[in-house]
Design a protein around this ligand. Sequence first.
Ligand code: BTN
Length: 334
Amino acid sequence: MISMKTISSNLKKLASILSDHQYHSGTEIGDELGLTRSGVWKLVKQLEMLGITIESVTNKGYRLTQSLDFLVKTKMTKHISSSNLKLLAELMVYDEVTSTNDLLVAYAKQHKGKNAACLAEQQTAGRGRLGRQWISPFAANIYFSLLWHFDCDISELGGLNIVVGVSVAQAIFVATTAKNIKLKWPNDIYWQDRKLGGILIDIVGEFSGGCATAIGIGINVNMPQSHADQIQKPWTDLDTASGQTVDRNKLAGILLDKLITNLGVFQRKGIAEFINAWNDLDYLSGRETSVKSIATIVTGIAQGINEQGHLLLKMRDGTVTAITTGDASIHYHG
Ligand code: BTN
């Protein structure tokens, strides 16, 4: 079941009062929010339930140890060109959804032919590839989906993951000071051998002369330690990769703008325009790589991608095989 929730405005106000890293007493907060001290205490507990760490010191009060900057639509749209914005029927921002991809898949059924974007502060059933869970704590990262309609057959969308991956890397380079962001075929964003983000593309439907997809992107921005243990593989976040506190609104706006522009180019010209960019960002290039699919594992030295966006692997006998799908991992030596 798809669901979305709005957290109370008092909770958001409390978070912004505490965001200055100074201590605020229960009485001071209560005066500002029109609550008793025990009302403030209850609100603090609710914020903690969302995974936010609050320091509480007797005779001083409460304060947040991390920065909290909520997603705000107008702060995102500043970074989106008006021509791109016009291509969206809606830009939705929620406090809590099950999954932004699932929400847009349901939206597509009720709003035929409309493009829309959705961001959320938190996902309660965030999905990764291959049925994995995507850890989605509150107000920490980017959970973003774009519902997009193409005037072509699904069979012509091979390489969409390449275009989306390049768009994510380009957006990160524009919005932050992070360098050496890499793309790991087919759908991962990497920094220093650690996963920074991932892409999940759902086919929403086919209709005469076209098809629609929900393009889901998760980017770790400021992953709280409280959730780190739930992530199985080596991971990192953008605050670490860039050495700065990343502005999620700016990143989300630039990402949406880049993506809409690049999807237009992809629709007109195919993936040819993106192959060089991918190969420059390719994490696997020159590395011994194994690609696992349902029935097979193929191992070879990665050689970039071909014009269909398939991974090229040089085999032991010198031949090059194009891999269409699977989960890639590199072999570490020494
Ligand atoms: C992966 O690397 O396995 C893909 C992760 C994709 C996560 C994003 S977060 C926004 C969107 N909604 C989801 O439920 N999943 C994608």
